[in-house]
Design a protein around this ligand. Structure first.
Ligand code: SF4
Length: 259
C-alpha cells in the first residue's frame, strides 16, 4: 500500500506539533507528535485530561515552535494530518520520527494504520505510545509501525486495577515482532516497592529485551504526589533485583515548557 491509497478516514484529533520527545529512552529526539483525542482510561496522574472529549477543532501547528496554527473541525482527515507532518518536517529529515499518542491512539486503529501508511517514504520512524491495554487493536496496526512503547499501569499510581492480562498479551506480541522500545511505569510517593518488584518480574518474563522506565509522577491537579529521591532509590532497587535494565527518567519536556 502507498500513500495514494489512503481511504479518506477521519479521526478525532487534539493536535499535531513539532517537539522534543520528553519521555523514555528517546528523550531529546526531535519528533512530530500526533495527539489523537479520547481515552478509555482515567489514570489518577493523567496530565492530558483534555484528551478525554473530542475538541471542536484539531490544532495543526504550521511552523515548529511557532504560534500560528491551522484549526480544522473534528474529525480531521488523515490526509490533512499527514500533510501537516510533511509541512513541519522542514528541512526534510530534521525530525527523527513521528510519535502517535493520545489519549489512547489504539481507540482509532484504522486511523493509526492510515497515518503510518501515509508517512511511508519519509525518512521518519513511526512510533506509537499506548496504555498497553488494547492488544487486539495493536495487532491490527503493528505491521506498519517501527516501534511501540506501552505503559504498565501500576494500581498505586493509576488508582485502578492493573490490566495484567492485556499488558502480557501486548508485551509478548511486541517482543515477538522486535518492535518494543520501552515499557513505562509511572510511580508516585505511595507506590510500594513490592508492587514495582512484581512489575519488574512481569516485564522480565514477558518483555526481556525492553528497558523498564520508572517515571516519577509529574504532580498535576489532585493527582498523586511525586516520589522523593529516597523513595526512588528504593523503587529502583526493588525492580533492579528482578529486571536487567531499569531506568528512572522523569518527563523532561516540562523543564523546557514544551508540550
Ligand atoms: S492512558 Fe494516558 S491519556 Fe489516558 S488517562 Fe491514562 S495517562 Fe491519561
Amino acid at each position: 500500500m502507498d500513500a495514494t491509497s489512503l481511504s479518506g478516514v477521519s479521526v478525532p484529533l487534539l493536535e499535531v506539533f513539532s517537539t522534543f520527545q520528553g519521555e523514555g529512552p528517546e528523550v531529546g529526539a526531535r519528533q512530530v507528535f500526533i495527539r489523537l483525542a479520547r481515552c478509555d482510561l482515567r489514570c489518577a496522574f493523567c496530565d492530558t485530561p483534555e484528551s478525554y472529549p473530542t475538541p471542536e477543532h484539531g490544532r495543526l501547528q504550521l511552523v515548529p515552535g511557532g504560534e500560528r496554527d491551522e484549526m480544522l473541525p473534528n474529525p480531521v482527515a488523515v490526509e490533512a494530518i499527514v500533510a501537516a507532518v510533511k509541512r513541519l518536517d522542514d528541512p526534510p529529515g530534521v525530525h527523527a520520527g513521528v510519535s502517535i499518542t493520545g489519549g489512547e491512539p489504539l481507540l482509532h486503529p484504522q486511523a493509526v494504520r492510515e497515518i503510518a501508511v501515509g508517512l511511508f517514504g519519509l525518512a521518519m520512524r513511526v512510533h506509537l505510545e499506548t496504555g498497553g491495554h488494547r492488544p487486539g487493536a495493536l495487532k491490527a496496526v503493528l505491521d506498519v509501525l517501527d516501534s511501540v512503547s506501552p505503559d504498565l499501569k501500576l494500581e498505586s499510581a493509576c488508582e485502578a486495577p492493573t490490566p495484567w492480562d492485556a499488558h502480557g498479551e501486548t508485551y509478548r506480541m511486541l517482543e515477538a515482532a522486535g518492535k518494543l522500545r520501552a515499557i513505562k511505569a509511572v510511580v508516585g510517593a505511595t507506590t510500594p516497592p513490592e508492587e514495582v518488584a512484581e512489575a519488574a518480574a512481569f516485564c522480565a518474563e514477558h518483555a526481556p529485551s525492553a528497558p523498564l522506565v520508572l517515571q516519577p509522577v509529574t504532580p498535576y491537579g489532585e493527582g498523586p504526589a511525586a516520589p522523593p529521591a529516597s523513595h526512588l532509590y528504593r523503587l529502583h532497587a526493588a525492580a533492579g533485583r528482578l529486571h536487567p535494565d531499569v531506568r528512572v527518567i522523569p518527563q523532561v519536556h516540562h523543564f523546557l515548557n514544551l508540550r
